[in-house]
Design a protein around this ligand. Sequence first.
Ligand code: NI
Ligand code: MN
Length: 236
Amino acid sequence: MQLEGAVITWLGHATFLVETPGKKTIVMDPWLTENPKCPDEYRTLDKADIILISHGHFDHMGSAADLAKRTGALVVSNFEIGSFLASQGVENTVGMNKGGTVTVGDIKITMVHADHSSGISAPDGSTVYGGEASGFVVTLENGLTLYHAGDTNVFADMSIIHELYAPDVAMLPIGGHFTMSPKEAAYAVKLLKPKMVIPMHYGTFDALTGTPEALKDLLAGQPVEIEALQPGGQCR
Ligand code: NI
Ligand code: MN
């Protein structure tokens, strides 16, 4: 499928850079400097308008405070993560919760459920309560609708995400161990009915053994494109 003016770049693991048709830059689950799969040229990103954080784990917000301070981006997360980042000196935060929608220009960002945990690893080594894990549905200026699932297992209410928002593109974790493996992700695709799936959260660590090939095999014959990007790879 064509993204009609949007460009999605996978930066490895759960981190995505989305350039919108209205020339805004959205960074999803920023893990840049310590992410072993992030291409070097993206580790010190200097442009972001919006940062989305699905939950408190280091591999989803490890670079959030630095990136927000460097770019002045608006950080959208759950209430607890927003408060934590504000306590770390991040000025431009919006704390929200599931079912809520934040509008930035003509972009709509809705927080949805995820089946996962969300403890924040604080700089002093302690774990801070991070609220509940979430995913995001993002509707761009051209109507293209993206769903970033965050870290999650499959859950039946993914069918509600389809019915309410009908995402065109779904970024889904497939690595297993901490999230869905291809077996559960294939079931998620049946509930979400996206036109395109971009697999994520695999291959970063030895425990994340799920592969896009396994997902493709499970969805053979289904009307969905599986877009297996390399880190730094794009679809547009
Ligand atoms: Ni996690
Ligand atoms: Mn994770």
